[in-house]
Design a binder for this molecule. Structure first.
Ligand code: F6R
Length: 261
């Protein structure tokens, strides 16, 4: 089962996730990172940037694959995930821009964009660590409820709920694209380590579904129960609907010294 760690703050979760990623890069300088966008991974990117400033490590060969991208936004749109990943992760971490791929949401090449992306991930040797947030609908990536556990990168239709949640990044809710390209749940399952982060009460239900609910495509985050190496980092509010909370705390408090996140 996933290792569930309940932390006092988003900052603490970011520090733990960043330490895990840093350890990976020090062991494998051309590590392949799976990069989420949105608010959730920000504390991880900030902590990793801070750690790299304090104690530099060569990240020039690190490679990265974004989880998803909106379809049809004009090139250079500030809220395209290409722009967001560049701003939030590539620049602060000092990654090599040419090593970072984002699904191509251009309408002209949409038909082959998913298979091209899968081919690129395979050619890179797969994702070593996938950073994940979770939506209120339970989505990981943009795999909305009903997404197949075998799905690969493809076009999906965002739910109205997700579009409303993401409207905060746009001028108006109507500006949020309806379609996206997202790594599938099958793609995510192939990553060697998943780090799922969630903060705040509004994520509590989705987190409970992912960790303790039935494994069902109605709760896409429950795909983590099929994965052999998952770390879930949550704050108290996001953990508030977990039934086995005492056990997760007990397991973490008694974590063997040789085990790392
Ligand atoms: C982002 C992504 C989404 C977000 C989720 C949570 O690349 O794939 O699954 O992780 O929508 O978004 P935030 O973190 O903004 O609450």
């Amino acid at each position: 089962m996933a290792e569930v760690v309940v932390l006092e703050s988003e900052t603490d979760a970011g520090i733990l996730a960043a330490a895990s990623i840093r350890r990976l890069i020090s062991q494998k300088p051309d590590a392949v990172l799976g990069l989420a966008t949105g608010s959730t991974p920000m504390s991880t990117y900030r902590a990793l940037a801070e750690s790299l400033r304090a104690d530099p490590l060569d990240v020039s060969r690190v490679r990265g694959f974004a989880l998803d991208e909106y379809v049809g936004l004009p090139a250079g749109h500030p809220e395209s995930y290409r722009a967001v990943i560049t701003r939030d992760a590539v620049e602060p971490l000092g990654l090599t821009p040419g090593n970072i791929r984002v699904p191509n949401g251009d309408l002209a090449t949409l038909e082959t964009a998913g298979s091209d992306y899968e081919a690129a991930i395979r050619a890179a040797g797969g994702v070593d660590v996938q950073i994940l947030g979770i939506g209120r609908t339970g989505h990981v990536g943009f795999n909305e409820p009903g997404s197949s556990f075998a799905s690969l990168t493809r076009v999906k239709t965002l739910t109205e709920k997700t579009r409303i949640d993401n409207a905060r990044f746009f001028m108006s809710p109507d500006d949020v694209p309806i379609h996206c390209l997202t790594q599938g749940l099958g793609t995510i399952r192939r990553a060697r380590h998943l780090i799922l982060l969630a903060f705040g009460e509004e994520k509590a239900e989705a987190i409970a579904g992912a960790i303790e609910g039935p494994v069902t495509s109605s709760s896409p985050g429950s795909v983590i129960q099929l994965h052999p190496h998952v770390t879930v980092l949550v704050d108290e509010a996001a953990a508030s609907r977990l039934t086995n909370l005492d056990y997760y705390r007990y397991a973490y408090a008694n974590k063997p010294a040789w085990q790392v996140v």
